[in-house]
Design a protein around this ligand. Sequence first.
Ligand SMILES: Nc1ncnc2c1ncn2[C@@H]1O[C@H](COP(=O)(O)OP(=O)(O)OP(=O)(O)O)[C@@H](O)[C@H]1O
Ligand SMILES: N[C@@H](CCO)C(=O)O
Length: 318
Amino acid sequence: MAVFTPVALDDVAQWITQFPLGKALELKGISSGIENSNFFLTTEHGEYVLTIFENLSFEQLPFYLNLMRHLAERGVLVPAPVANDKGELIVALHGKPASIVSKLEGRSQMDPQPVHCAAVGAMLAKMHLAGQDYALQQPNLRGLAWWHATTPEVLPFIPDQQAHLLRAEVHFQDAFAACDIYKQLQTGPVHADLFRNNVMFDGERLTGFFDFYFAGCDTWLFDVAVTVNDWCIDLDTGVLDTARVRALLDAYHAVRPFTAAEHTAWQPMLRAGALRFWLSRLYDFYRPREAEMLTPHDPGHFERILRERIATPAPGLF
Ligand SMILES: Nc1ncnc2c1ncn2[C@@H]1O[C@H](COP(=O)(O)OP(=O)(O)OP(=O)(O)O)[C@@H](O)[C@H]1O
Ligand SMILES: N[C@@H](CCO)C(=O)O
């Protein structure tokens, strides 16, 4: 399902010669994922992932691939992109942009315990610090400006109760983004989509973060909020699990201490993280792309999380 552009081993035999990877030995389509065509690629030098980008362009991709290279070079566990003999990370294959990155070991941990959350928190803090001297700039393309553009697109489709919540929350987030505390928050490259299915574990050992294609420059705290809203909740209710929240935040804080401004901004930021995914899921649900054949994610999940974050104080950052 998730291989939109079919590629055979014969197709890459010649193409691969521009990379320092030896001969291609095996190519296997990966069935999960809904954005790109992904393949496990075995070469004489090891195991890699070949991605053909179905929606992102040659102009958009350097921010993401160079960020992964920058982080990998600084010891953050992320797939390392492989450059061709001209030093390029993005090379056309069947007329579309493609890249090769190292394959992470392990698999996603879909039932995380505090020990997994602690590993994610520590690596996230390490990633934020390592990104500080990254030269390329791109805003979070699913940030406040996108919320403003998208809200009117979904409002005609949703019942009054939801429309009221959506309008009120965008209004609340406007005020939050304009306040002094918000301006004191530290910013830099963030993953912005660090859900359970975008991290690999080998047992309790974290082996890497991947799927950086929603990354952009935003507050570090937004990244923490998005991550906590997925890793540290009861999936049926959206209620935060204190043991997992504490494990993730304490581990993050030990690597990169939270500031007093971040402490004050925490609850509104958890709401921002919930709004971001409620809105994107509403958009995908009501305005599906024409060629989209896959079942969209449930927007109700993030509506529940948003209502819960408005109603219930979260454990503090420290
Ligand atoms: N570097 C990697 N190492 C190991 N496995 C990977 C790597 N990159 C991707 N995968 C595997 O491929 C699958 C699909 O990748 P990914 O989630 O990036 O898909 P996508 O279509 O680009 O995005 P989306 O998550 O939005 O559907 C992952 O679930 C994972 O199993
Ligand atoms: N993590 C997103 C999907 C886009 O990667 C969601 O759960 O809505």
